[in-house]
Design a protein around this ligand. Structure first.
Ligand code: UDP
Ligand code: MG
Length: 347
């Protein structure tokens, strides 16, 4: 039995563009900006077809939106770009929506981008060029800076990456976002990872291959508000940390060793005081402090271990990560769109 996976057959080399590109867009209550985004993606698709002969499709994954997102998506024209619309049976979260899109992508390479206009389709051209012209397998974008964010948040982000990358063989790049292009073999590798707790940024780094970072400035949201509040981000960080790294468990062990060492030294000092100096040691306050420290630390560590046990439980239950309630595919007419783009070039 082979325990690895050979993806060398998917390395099309000079003809990397042949299988085309799937653009996966998770959408959750994005009705207000969906039409505008689709128009920009149609233009992007025609540009890529002209420049690289790249056939494109867009996969909209409606993540249980409560507004008109799905009905708008159903009626988007397959204008120079094939359109797939997947509707999940409820809101499963962005990571699940990304996976549903990846599973249903019919082309070779996969580009993930947000549906709120923060990821500019124009920048996607640059990502494609790093893939086709320069031969990179994973082209990811990362925030160029965090100058406009509060200091506390920046410190928290730095701490998170320091922790998750502690002792890791492959480091997750700091500030990397979900706006990311995967070559056919990288996309195939990502599809093969079986875990249910999916921390997308980590997984896309873990697969390896030739990776390239593009710094960018995310655009402001085209409409509405971000669904990722501070508490949800903290939840996602704990999720990412525990599904990717055993650093918290290591810290628990280290803390245990430190406490035991502290207790040992304290014990020695008590012995010293009673035997050598002949003092009687006051018991009550030091006992209370000791008990509370040990109790607090133990509860914290049980919580950390519990997080990992929760992960094991959810992997063990092996529930599907998403359910698709509705799926439609609309094929574009390449002849018509070529004629249209020639016409617009002539104008
Ligand atoms: N999204 C989703 N499911 C969710 C929350 C968000 O599919 O439960 C989508 C959302 O429509 C958007 C992308 O994920 O296309 C990023 O979400 P958002 O803009 O809220 O996050 P931020 O840009 O603040 O990270
Ligand atoms: Mg956003």
């Amino acid at each position: 039995m082979k325990l690895g996976s050979d993806l060398s057959g998917l390395n099309a080399g000079a003809n990397a563009a042949a299988p085309g590109l799937s653009i996966v867009v998770p959408v959750f209550n994005e009705a207000a900006g969906l039409q505008a985004l689709h128009n920009r993606l149609s233009t992007l698709s025609m540009t890529l077809r002209q420049r690289y002969g790249l056939a494109c499709e867009v996969v909209y994954v409606d993540d249980g939106s409560a507004d008109a997102t799905l009905s708008i998506a159903r009626n988007l024209p397959a204008d120079g770009i094939d359109v797939q619309v997947l509707s999940l049976s409820r809101n499963f979260g962005k990571e699940a929506a990304l996976l549903a899109g990846l599973d249903h992508a019919r082309r070779g390479a996969v580009l993930f981008m947000d549906g709120d206009g923060q990821h500019a389709p124009e920048l996607a051209e640059k990502l494609v060029s790093h893939w086709i012209d320069d031969g990179y397998d994973v082209v990811f974008t990362a925030k160029a800076h965090r100058d406009n964010e509060p200091r506390l948040r920046r410190t928290a982000v730095r701490g998170f990456y320091a922790l998750i990358n502690w002792g890791a063989r492959t480091k997750i790049p700091e500030d990397a976002g979900d706006f990311r292009l995967l070559s056919p073999r990288a996309a195939a590798a990502l599809k093969q990872l079986p875990e249910r707790n999916r921390f997308f940024k980590g997984l896309a780094t873990w697969i390896g291959f030739r990776q390239f970072r593009v710094d960018y400035e995310p655009e402001p949201r085209a409409h509405g508000f971000s669904t990722f509040s501070a508490s949800r981000l903290i939840g996602l960080s704990i999720e990412g940390l525990t599904s990717f790294s055993v650093a918290p468990l290591r810290i628990a062990s280290l803390l245990g060793v430190l406490l035991a060492l502290g207790a040992f030294l304290f014990g020695l000092s008590i012995l010293w005081e009673t035997w050598i100096d002949g003092k009687s040691v006051p018991g009550y306050p030091s006992l209370m402090v000791g008990m509370m420290t040990i109790g607090g630390v133990q509860l914290l560590m049980i919580g950390i271990v519990g997080e990992y046990i929760g992960k094991i439980l959810s992997e063990l239950k092996a529930r599907p990560i998403y359910f698709i309630a509705e799926h439609s595919v609309r094929q574009s007419d390449p002849g018509a769109s070529a004629a249209r783009s020639e016409q617009s070039a002539a104008e």
